[in-house]
Design a protein around this ligand. Structure first.
Ligand code: ATP
Ligand code: MG
Length: 439
């Protein structure tokens, strides 16, 4: 018999179906046994009646999370018996035959049957293969998959070419200290902390490129928004008039990505009682103005003309209150805070750059890049770096390059904020942080 997916069961009333899946919950009511069975498409209630116990004798050994197959008759359920929640409504399977396909050797380390998984972050991550069976945990990665597909399609719709750039680099080019050093045969190499240089090379030849790729950061963070390996959604585009073109494109791609989630995404958000951000035009606020707003509205004094995590949260709150937007672009960061490749503003003090905040955290940084060879050399020197160390990068501009800019967007922070997760680590299957290198 061919397998039927649980979502298709309601169209099979009166017929026999063959199902495979996990038992989420087993309930015994006198002589009746009820199983909530799930597969990748949904969940349905199965009942084992006393007169089928012989052909379903294996049910004696069925526990929560046992993996089974069964043949059963699809019955309509009386309206008042319809259960709330995610069970495929309106139908129940009367089991005729039941087999155990696999069961654990041991008791489960955590109980994944309650609607709310009540474990701390370490337990959740240490027992990943089990916690991933929980509906709400699965929702995270179903939404994540939609994000990757949606971003990919949105970029393609804007004629961005997908590229993959090397993650093993010969030198810690951007001059930062946040690189992981690795052994590369008889040399040293570094793990890429952004695809910056390669995506610029891409934009100056293909006009528009994007990459979905791993990013490595050797920063000893202990926050709810940092991990040491994450997946960046990068984009870079040429023939721009200025940074405004970059922000407009990022805004368009972001909203198109969310729109692509459709009903499938809404289903996952519903698990968390969350909603998509309203598609309101994203306000652009100069960083210096934002700092004034913080002082005026929240009495927050700011040093070094920079904004910290608390300031970002307050700014998001202010913008939501004032403009009804879950996003805000903060623009024109001081040159001292930005990398050497940032295009300076006319006054030389600020840069044509931005950060994008979403519900209180930065999810993207971007800007216009310097595309003029000599200006770039001067900027490298100005930062106290040696242009000789940047020969391969400078070659991108040596023979002429169009004006361009782009962004680096963190995929996991988007999911964290969409679902209101306490930690970004919940949004990675197997997160890497200062302490955690397994599972
Ligand atoms: P932050 O100031 O929050 O540490 P950043 O400015 O160092 O971030 P960028 O280099 O601008 O980060 O990286 C672009 C985007 O990548 C960020 O806006 C964020 O969404 C994501 N990102 C950066 N660092 C991390 C990290 N350690 N863990 C998860 N995501 C990150
Ligand atoms: Mg940033």
């Amino acid at each position: 018999m061919q397998r039927v997916l649980i979502r298709d069961v309601p169209s099979q009333i009166g017929k026999e179906v063959f199902l495979q899946g996990w038992v989420s919950v087993r309930r015994d009511h006198g002589k009746l046994v009820f199983l909530d069975v799930r597969d990748r498409s949904g969940s349905v209630q199965v009942v084992i009646l006393p007169n089928h116990l012989e052909s379903c004798v294996a049910v004696q050994d069925v526990r929560n999370e046992t993996i089974i197959s069964l043949i059963g008759k699809v019955n309509e359920r009386p309206v008042n018996a319809k259960k709330e929640g995610e069970l495929t409504g309106g139908v129940e399977i009367e089991a005729l035959e039941l087999k155990i396909l696999a069961k654990g050797n041991e008791e489960l380390p955590i109980d994944v049957s309650p609607v709310e998984l009540d474990v701390n972050l370490d337990t959740l991550l240490n027992n990943r293969t089990v916690s991933l069976r929980h509906r709400k945990v699965q929702a995270i990665f179903k939404l994540y998959s939609l994000l990757l597909a949606g971003y990919d399609q949105a970029c393609r719709n804007e004629e961005f070419l997908e590229i993959k750039t090397p993650k093993i680099l010969s030198s810690a080019t951007e001059g930062g200290a946040n690189f992981f050093k690795i052994k590369y045969f008889d040399r040293e190499a570094y793990l890429a902390q952004s695809p910056q240089f390669y995506k610029q090379a891409g934009a100056t030849t293909f006009e528009r490129v994007f990459e979905i790729g791993s990013v490595f950061r050797a920063e000893p963070h202990f926050t709810s928004r940092h991990v040491n390996e994450y997946v960046g959604l990068d984009g870079e585009m040429a023939f721009i008039d200025g940074v405004e073109d970059v922000m407009a494109m990022l805004e368009k791609i972001l909203f198109a990505t969310f729109a692509s989630f459709g009903e499938a995404g809404q289903k996952e958000l519903d698990c968390y009682l969350e909603h998509f951000p309203p598609q309101v035009a994203i306000p652009r606020i100069r960083l210096s103005d934002a700092l004034q707003i913080l002082e005026k509205e929240y009495g927050k004094k700011v040093e070094n003309e920079d904004i910290d995590g608390e300031g970002e949260r307050m700014m998001s709150e202010y913008v939501f209150k004032t403009y009804g937007s879950d996003f805000v672009f903060l623009t024109h960061y001081p040159a001292a805070l930005r990398p050497f490749y940032s295009m300076p503003s006319a006054d030389g003090k600020y840069t044509e750059t931005f950060d994008l905040l979403f519900r209180g955290v930065e999810i993207a940084s971007g800007g216009q890049r310097i595309h003029e060879y000599q200006m770039l050399i001067d900027s490298i020197r100005h930062k106290g770096l040696d242009p000789v160390q940047f020969q391969d990068y400078l070659n991108v501009f040596r023979y002429g390059a169009p004006a361009h800019g782009g962004w680096g967007l963190g995929s996991e922070r988007i999911i964290q904020k969409l679902l209101g997760l306490g930690s970004i680590k919940e949004a990675l299957l197997y997160p890497r942080d200062v302490k955690r290198l397994t599972p």
